[in-house]
Ligand binder design. Structure first.
Ligand code: NAD
Ligand code: ZN
Length: 301
């Protein structure tokens, strides 16, 4: 008779291997890969002190009202950019003081894999710029960055610190304006109901279709369209999310890609077998261990 643990393993496609063996297996795939990319979510930054949304201690999990308010933010900008900025500059930021956060060993591990020529890009949902701070060179910030402002008309991005936002607020001179086309600037952060900027959306699709290995770290994989990128790598075609929502494969399964998850808990990618296997645990512990094994494998070649 199947035990509860057996049922769990079958349901979530969890390999019956201990964590160290899975780390070894991941490292072997990584070394063999020709074009590896990393996909990251809020989970990789929790060990830098920034809370996630949907993990057990997540902001949404603990405070569903905060989620409802977040859904309004983009509409406020569309209605009244000055009001959007007033709220933003006078209300404590939901995710806390991101500027003070520092990268953790998980971010550094990905940056090291890039320096070794293995990881070609990091596609992140995070807005904290911690991958950039950790030294990763090719970072596609799918949901933008708190460190930048973006023009909603011409798409130009600016460093947030080049604008004295506090002084614009004090002089009642908000919103900040684009120096190219004079339109109101928004934070580069992509809010709910806001389209993904075209440049980063196109580059991310390109990376997902090109990669032969995807290392997915710290994401619940339920926020679309980002969550369709692993499906695109697995089935080599774009799906809007509905097929994935119903766990329906939308094309032929691509066996030439290896998809590895490092996450605290199983996700829909685990249960729908989009990923080959999950290494369950903390990214700041597992990713550096993977790098160590990768280094020893590379040195043996
Ligand atoms: P999510 O909150 O939906 O899921 C995070 C996942 O990571 C969960 O499955 C959780 O169990 C796991 N996790 C938490 N800590 C972990 C750790 N130390 N090691 C391994 N796994 C861990 O996050 P999401 O999928 O990225 O979606 C949230 C959206 O909100 C994103 O689109 C992002 O833009 C935004 N967000 C960003 C930040 C940030 O920039 N740091 C923080 C919160 C939310
Ligand atoms: Zn502009």
């Amino acid at each position: 008779m199947l035990t509860d643990e057996d049922v769990y393993i079958v349901k979530y496609n969890i390999a019956v291997m201990d964590t160290d063996s899975l780390i070894q297996k991941a490292a072997e795939h990584i070394v063999k890969s020709k074009y590896a990319v990393a996909l990251t979510g809020a989970g990789i930054s929790t060990e830098s002190g920034i809370r996630d949304f949907r993990g057990p201690d997540g902001l949404w999990t603990k405070n569903p009202d905060a989620e409802r308010i977040a859904y309004e933010t983009y509409h406020v900008f569309e209605r009244d950019p000055a009001e959007y900025w007033k709220i933003r500059l006078t209300t404590p930021y939901l995710l806390g003081d991101i500027d003070k956060a520092l990268p953790n060993p998980g971010h550094y591990a990905l940056s090291e894999l890039e320096q070794m020529g293995i990881i070609k890009s990091v596609l992140t949902q995070n807005i904290d710029s911690l991958h950039v701070k950790a030294g990763s060179g090719r970072v596609l910030e799918y949901h933008g960055s708190v460190m930048k402002l973006r023009c909603m008309r011409c798409g130009a991005r600016f460093n947030r610190d080049d604008y004295d936002l506090a002084s614009l607020l004090e002089r009642d001179n908000l919103p900040p304006l684009c120096t190219s086309c004079n339109s109101p600037l928004k934070s580069d952060v992509v809010h709910f109901n806001e389209p993904i900027p075209q440049d980063v959306a196109a580059s991310s699709i390109n990376e997902a279709q090109k990669c032969d290995l995807m290392l997915i770290c710290g994401t619940s994989a339920v926020v679309y369209p980002f969550a369709s990128l692993p499906r695109m790598a697995r089935y080599r075609e774009y799906d809007s999310g509905m097929a994935a929502f119903f766990d329906m494969p939308s094309g032929e399964r691509n066996q030439d890609v290896t998809i590895i998850e490092v996450n605290a808990e199983p996700t829909p990618l685990t249960s729908s077998k989009i990923s080959d296997f999950l290494i369950q645990g903390k990214t700041a512990e597992i990713l550096p261990k993977i790098v160590e094994v990768v280094k020893s494998l590379v040195s043996q070649v």
